[in-house]
Design a protein around this ligand. Structure first.
Ligand code: TRP
Length: 332
């Protein structure tokens, strides 16, 4: 069985976009792969995090992943900072990756913004830590959004250079599992912008902990144009808001936009939105309720994380110890 590794940052409540684009795929991969899922708090602090908020958000993200169906008994769910191997291997990779490689990373340029001098050095070596996350487990399959493709190529470059420099065949090549078009859930206020946790308007997104009333209100207020639901997908091309709502409907029902239009084409957006709201409430309310239940019992949540990090360390520690031996560290 192929080993999957993936990570998600504990930066606020995930949106419907995160759910359809990433988390739901993780849940499905559990049927066919050995999965290791990590809440990447080491990555989170590459930009400033209030300590109390980071702690709370790490627990929330853990609860949400469990509520969505990640199975912590059959697979592994843990916090990155709890397994020392990540930072240890990342240091070695800091010394393998070349500055020139990191300088080409578009995410650093985006995240650092105009004032690059003020960015943390952690933000610059972020991709090296991500490579370490994966290679510490010899994982070969990594589900990510398209925006992480460049980081996975770098992770392969690092593995190859390590293998070449030390004359070994130690770190395997990893294959990205790029998650499909369901990942492109757009803002409810502007169909040309991605639905985002960081959008200033909460009306622009569905959060995984929104209650039924909030979901209904947000969908009712979601931007549309005055035309009815089209009957043909070609008509969606010029109508980003309609395309987005139809796309969400298709993703939730695991069909495609053409089938959605077959059922709803020609109707007004009022009734389509009502149907969409029902779907969302049916699928998301149980997640919100289970998340709340899990968060009320912090001791159990911490116990699940402890068990996860122990099992993660049992895999990663020997691999990282071997990497250290190959580098020439005496150990002991
Ligand atoms: N950088 C990833 C993101 O922002 C999160 C991440 C960290 C990750 N480590 C990883 C994803 C390892 C896959 C594998 O989405």
């Amino acid at each position: 069985m192929q080993r999957v590794f993936s990570g998600i940052q504990p930066s606020g409540i995930p949106t419907l976009g995160n759910y359809l684009g990433a988390i739901r795929n993780w849940v499905k991969l559990q049927d066919s792969h050995e999965c290791i899922f990590c809440v990447v708090d080491l990555h989170a602090i590459t930009v400033w995090q209030e300590p109390a908020a980071l702690r709370q958000q790490s627990l929330e993200m853990t609860a949400i992943l469990l509520a969505c169906g990640i199975d912590p008994n059959k697979h592994i769910l843990f916090l990155q900072s709890a397994v020392r191997a990540h930072a240890q291997l990342a240091w070695i990779f800091n010394c393998v990756a070349r500055l020139g490689w990191l300088n080409r990373m578009t995410q650093f340029k985006d995240k650092a913004g105009k004032d690059r001098e003020a960015a943390s050095s952690g933000l610059f070596v972020y991709p090296n830590l991500m490579a370490a996350d994966i290679h510490a487990y010899h994982a070969t399959r990594v589900p990510v959004g398209d925006d992480q493709r460049q980081h996975l190529e770098l992770a392969n470059d690092i593995a190859q250079k390590f293998n070449h420099d030390y004359g070994v065949d130690f770190f395997p090549n990893i294959e990205p599992l790029i998650m499909g078009p369901a990942a492109r859930v757009m803002s409810l206020r502007d169909g040309t912008k991605k639905m985002s946790k960081s959008d200033p308007s909460d009306q622009s997104r569905i959060n995984l902990n929104d209650d039924a009333e909030t979901i209904a209100l947000k969908i009712r207020r979601a931007k549309t144009d005055p035309l009815p639901v089209p009957s043909d997908v070609s008509e969606l091309a010029e109508r980003p808001e309609a395309r987005n709502l139809v796309g969400i409907y298709a993703a939730l029902t695991e069909t495609d936009p053409a089938s959605v239009l077959q059922a709803h084409g020609g109707t007004g957006f009022g009734s389509f939105k009502a149907a969409l709201t029902e779907l969302l409430v049916d699928q998301l309310s149980p997640i919100a309720a289970e998340t709340r239940r899990l968060l009320e019992d912090e001791a159990s949540l911490l116990q699940i994380l402890r068990s996860g990090s122990e099992r993660a360390a049992a895999i990663a520690d020997p691999i990282v110890a071997e990497a250290e031996r190959l580098v020439g560290f005496v150990g002991g």
